[in-house]
Design a protein around this ligand. Structure first.
Ligand SMILES: NC(=O)c1ccc[n+]([C@@H]2O[C@H](COP(=O)([O-])OP(=O)(O)OC[C@H]3O[C@@H](n4cnc5c(N)ncnc54)[C@H](O)[C@@H]3O)[C@@H](O)[C@H]2O)c1
Ligand SMILES: N[C@H](CO)Cc1c[nH]c[nH+]1
Ligand SMILES: [Zn+2]
Length: 428
């Protein structure tokens, strides 16, 4: 299923491949779902939920009373874990909130930026192959702490048409304002265009499978999205100092998310590669989600032995993984060479699961190479930064020539006139 491969430079592109996001097999059905939801609204949501989730939903809105009660219904250990994670996530994201500022750009010319939260956001919480209370914390808490007023969540129901108490309790702890029982591309379409029950929002965030991620891409422009957060990925960049059991555990952990998850180890040590593969086979025997893992390992997993650390690092930057585990002699030195990764886990003792749940960092991260140009979900994702400026009399005179000359060069005479009038008055 998984073999050790010598990594040659000419093969770099071959091993960076993941699920094809733009294949027509996915885009066409997803586009059809979106169009149908735009046209037939709740009725379309009902029909798709019956088709994909086998649930016959009459009312998509979760009763506030059920959200309130959920916290009493969950295992107290889980409640403590959710609260602990929530606290860490809040602390981390509070530190990310940028400051408002102004400065004197030129004598008499003040400029700066103010910070305003978005008004309405929609958080997609995956729920097909696993339930993700942690994704509620990751999407809702940063929105809450920056002051977003309306934070709705959509998540697929089970076959009885229910959302688990674990999900509802996470929503309560995080501070979501409303939850709707709908998943998949249809949920994204509803949050983008509204239905009789679900309001449209300004921005849709949150991870999901290929259908969800593609739907977000297709509605982008009518509504904002954070980036493409599709099937999970992990790349372990390791030398002989890495613990093979831990490396195998990392490969299994992200592979268990989805048959389309992508997991890779690139190392300079053939012995580490061999020991990791051996340990992976052993750990796989009792893995409860073995079927999903095996499919994922067959589809998008590789153990690569590079000729040099330089090659291994170049490959890593080309791959731009969602999660990057670095276990090398001096991981901070290796880190200096890393340009593209969603979230980075340093050293043998730092599993991706730490960040997945509650080291504080966000687990909604760009996949499919998106880490080349996007950072993970953050406080910033929910903020706008309108700029401000104010001129004094001195400022008007100081920038008059610049504005007039540029305006005239662009043939925009009314622009030139707008500053000239003021400057003339100042000169009077
Ligand atoms: N990148 C990130 O930040 C991040 C974080 C957490 C999870 N994830 C990923 O989220 C994903 C969760 O996927 P999931 O499947 O468990 O849940 P999901 O909620 O994303 O998808 C389930 C929905 O998919 C739809 N669906 C299923 N089959 C379909 C079909 N044939 N056609 C159209 N729609 C269909 C259904 O509507 C169903 O409700 C995984 O890939 C996981 O790796 C990513
Ligand atoms: N690894 C996922 C991000 O790709 C996040 C997650 C949630 N629960 C467990 N893991
Ligand atoms: Zn995970």
């Amino acid at each position: 299923m998984l073999e050790i491969v010598e990594l040659k430079r000419e093969d770099f592109p071959k091993y960076t491949q993941r699920i094809q996001m733009d294949s027509s097999d996915v885009i066409m059905p997803v586009q059809e779902i979106i169009e149908n939801v735009r046209k037939n609204k709740d009725q379309a949501l009902h029909d798709y939920t019956l088709k994909f989730d086998k649930a016959d939903i009459k009312d998509f809105k979760v009763a506030q009373e059920d959200i309130q009660k959920s916290i009493e219904n969950i295992d107290p250990k889980l409640r403590v874990a959710l609260e602990n994670a929530a606290e860490n996530i809040a602390k981390f994201h509070e530190a990310q909130i940028p400051e408002e500022w102004t400065m004197e750009i030129q004598k008499g010319v003040k400029a700066g930026q103010i910070i305003r939260p978005l008004e309405k956001v929609g958080c997609y919480i995956p729920g097909g192959r696993a339930a993700y209370p942690s994704s509620i914390l990751m999407t809702v808490i940063p929105a809450k702490i920056v002051g977003v007023k309306e934070i709705i969540c959509c998540t697929p129901p089970d076959q009885d048409g229910n959302i688990s108490d674990e999900i509802l309790a996470a929503a309560k702890i995080a501070g979501a304002t409303q939850i709707y029982k709908v998943g998949g591309a249809q949920a994204i379409a509803a949050m983008a265009y509204s239905t009789e029950t679900i309001p449209s929002v300004d921005k849709i965030v949150g991870p999901g499978n290929i259908f969800v991620a593609t739907a977000k891409k297709l509605v982008y422009g009518d509504v904002d999205i954070e980036f493409f957060a599709g099937p999970s990925e992990m790349l372990a960049l390791a030398d002989e100092t890495a613990n093979p059991e831990y490396m195998a555990a990392e490969l299994l952990a992200q592979a268990e998310h989805d048959p389309n998850a992508a997991t890779i180890m690139v190392t300079t040590s053939r012995k580490l590669a061999e020991d990791t593969l051996k340990s992976l086979d052993e750990q796989l025997q009792d893995a409860p989600r073995r079927e999903i893992i095996e499919e994922s390992l067959t589809n998008y997993a590789h153990i690569l032995v590079a000729d040099s650390m330089e090659d291994a690092i170049t490959f890593t930057n080309l791959y731009a993984p969602e999660h990057l585990v670095i276990v090398t002699k001096d991981h901070y030195k290796t880190l200096e060479e890393i340009d593209n990764a969603g979230s980075i886990f340093l050293g043998n003792l730092t599993p991706v699961a730490g960040g997945d749940y509650g080291s504080g960092t966000n687990h909604v991260l760009p996949t499919s190479g998106g880490a080349r140009m996007y950072s993970g979900l953050s406080a910033d994702s929910y903020l706008k930064k309108p700029t401000i400026q104010e001129l004094t009399e001195e400022g008007v005179l100081n920038i008059e020539a610049m504005v007039r000359n540029l305006a005239e060069a662009e043939g925009l005479y009314a622009h030139a006139e707008s500053i000239k009038k003021r400057a003339d008055d100042v000169r009077k």
